[in-house]
Write a new protein. Structure first.
Length: 308
């Protein structure tokens, strides 16, 4: 029968010597009689039982399946979709297939990579994320009980340690426009049983965050001309940040690529201060940037006062 992989696997366990494609499938039953959809999802997962030519792992937000070909994966996806549809008026199914020919690809490696702790991460990066990220965030002002907004969170390298710091009495809003990144974060949060992360798709994030409700905003490697080429677009984002921050709240900015994009740092700081903030501290910290450890400067701004 198909083998269910224990989430506690160790590196090197069950590795295949041949490259096989991997599919992540998420099935969302709609129009059910109750809010629970466990019956429909269980029916879909039951399709996998008895198949001796696949491996699969059920996660908090979907199922990861490894098979001999992409055609086989598509056939399985169709079967799972139809199984869920038997007990639902409507089913929305999304799939992502990862297939490569240049190196070995397995469920184990894929899940570890998503979690930022796999063999694809450099040992020093893994060690920093596991042991030192929280210390860095505490030094720059993240505390227990805070509400934190991580804008441009990607797969959650700073969302996850922030959620650990703020604890059950706090909350982290994780905002990004890329659904695949947010799916990776969902997997990480589910694996670590973090209930205090609210994931928000970036197009309408401000409607999900109340005004004057956030203690700290992380703008790490995002507020620069690469993502916001026009000064007006940066000003618009800073206005939204100002509105969701509590009086005296802080904005923590990692200004990577600012000067590389021909925006002098002093002009960049002036833009932020013109939006109603005052810079009161600078930190030199080693952190993960572009999947490697780098010594970077973090700028800390405080919400100065109500804008006129």
């Amino acid at each position: 029968m198909g083998r269910v992989l224990d989430a506690r696997f160790t590196p090197g366990q069950c590795l295949r010597k041949i490259t096989m494609p991997i599919m992540e499938i998420t099935i969302i039953p709609l129009g059910t009689e109750t809010a629970s959809v466990s019956k429909q999802v269980k029916g879909a997962v039951n399709v996998l039982k008895g198949k001796d030519d696949i491996q699969y792992q059920v996660t908090a937000t979907g199922t990861i399946i490894e098979a001999s070909s992409s055609q086989k994966l598509l056939q399985i996806a169709r079967q799972m979709h139809r199984a869920a549809l038997k007990d639902s008026a409507r089913v929305v199914t999304s799939i992502r297939i990862d297939e490569r020919r240049d190196k070995e690809l397995t469920i184990e490696g894929k899940v570890q990579s998503v979690a930022g702790t796999g063999t694809q991460a450099k040992p020093e990066v893994k060690d920093w994320l596991d042991k030192k990220a929280r210390g860095m965030l505490r030094r720059i002002g993240i505390c227990r009980g805070q509400a934190v907004l991580d804008f441009g969170c990607r797969c959650g390298n700073y969302t996850v340690p922030s959620a650990r710091i703020v604890g059950r009495s706090g909350k982290v809003y994780a905002v990004d426009k890329e659904e695949n990144r947010l799916n990776q974060l969902r997997d990480r949060a589910g694996a670590e049983q973090l209930k205090n992360i609210e994931i928000v798709r970036g197009f309408d994030w401000k409607s999900k965050v109340k005004e004057s409700s956030v203690d700290a905003v992380l703008l790490f490697d995002v507020l620069h001309p690469g993502y916001f080429p026009k000064k007006a677009s940066r000003k618009k984002l800073l206005k939204k940040v100002y509105e969701v921050l509590k009086p005296g709240g802080m904005v923590l900015v990692l200004p990577t690529h600012v000067e590389q994009r021909n925006l002098p740092l002093e002009d960049f700081v002036a833009e932020i201060e013109a939006a109603g903030f005052s810079m009161n501290e600078r930190f030199a910290e080693v952190l993960v940037h572009d999947n490697k450890l780098q010594k970077c400067e973090i700028l800390k701004f405080k919400k100065a006062g109500e804008q006129s």
